[in-house]
Design a protein around this ligand. Structure first.
Ligand code: C5P
Length: 218
């Protein structure tokens, strides 16, 4: 695979609803990086499984991945809790992770020329997808805070859910993502821990920006 040289690569791992997506988007905008929320790829596959249960096999998934466009990942249907839960189930399959591996690598190492680099967030980015990233972060927050944030997001989308249901589903997803045998969510030794429980979006962004600027300018 062709790899662009001298690009800035940022890798982020985080449990669900820790604020990593917003942060990664803001960081990408600031440093002009190509941004990929890798959870959306798993959500997209989960959505296909729920929508086309009879067609759902490896050949079907492969053809969908081959033709996958970034805009397919902004489909609002991918945001539901049902799709998130299903994503956590299908993401345990080795064959599925293998199918989207090169899509993620190409995104990370070969972003379009107009970008200075790439920023990916997910569960296994810091040690599996972009192990040589210039910056690695593990973004987390207290589970109740994360559930409240996700609950508010879902309410904004007019989804019928209760806070209790969201909390239960996030706890279940944490357990499943952290304890699976393949590519589990973990904080690597070389990742910087950022706890967003008591930080607003701006404060999180400034904290990370300070770390990156401090290293880039030296
Ligand atoms: O980040 P998000 O909550 O949208 O991810 C949905 C699910 O996709 C996660 O709970 C996880 O099981 C899976 N995922 C993964 N590896 C990634 C990103 C997401 O297994 N790199």
């Amino acid at each position: 695979m062709y790899k662009r040289k001298n690009i800035l690569k940022i890798a982020i791992d985080s449990p669900a609803a820790a604020g990593a997506g917003t942060l990664a988007r803001n960081i990408s905008k600031n440093y002009n990086l190509f941004y990929l929320d890798t959870g959306k790829i798993y959500r997209y596959i989960a959505y296909l499984k729920l929508k086309f249960p009879k067609k759902f096999n490896n050949t079907f998934i492969k053809s969908k991945i081959r033709n996958l466009k970034i805009k397919d990942l902004s489909n609002k249907n991918l945001l539901s809790d049902e799709v998130g839960t299903e994503a956590s189930i299908i993401s345990k399959k080795k064959s599925i992770r293998k199918m989207i591996h090169s899509f993620q690598l190409n995104f990370a190492y070969n972003p379009p020329k107009k970008y200075n680099g790439s920023c990916l967030d997910g569960r296994d980015i810091t040690y599996n997808i972009v192990p040589d990233a210039n910056f690695k972060f593990y973004i987390t927050a207290n589970v109740k805070t994360r559930a409240l944030r996700r609950y508010r997001e879902l309410k904004k989308l007019k989804k019928k859910v209760t806070y209790k249901e969201v909390l239960k589903s996030i706890k279940k997803r944490d357990k499943s993502d952290q304890n699976r045998s393949i590519s589990p969510l973990k904080k690597t030794k070389d990742s910087l821990l950022i706890n967003t429980t008591n930080l607003n979006k701006r404060a999180c962004f400034l904290k990370i920006k300070k770390i990156i600027d401090g290293k880039i300018k030296n």
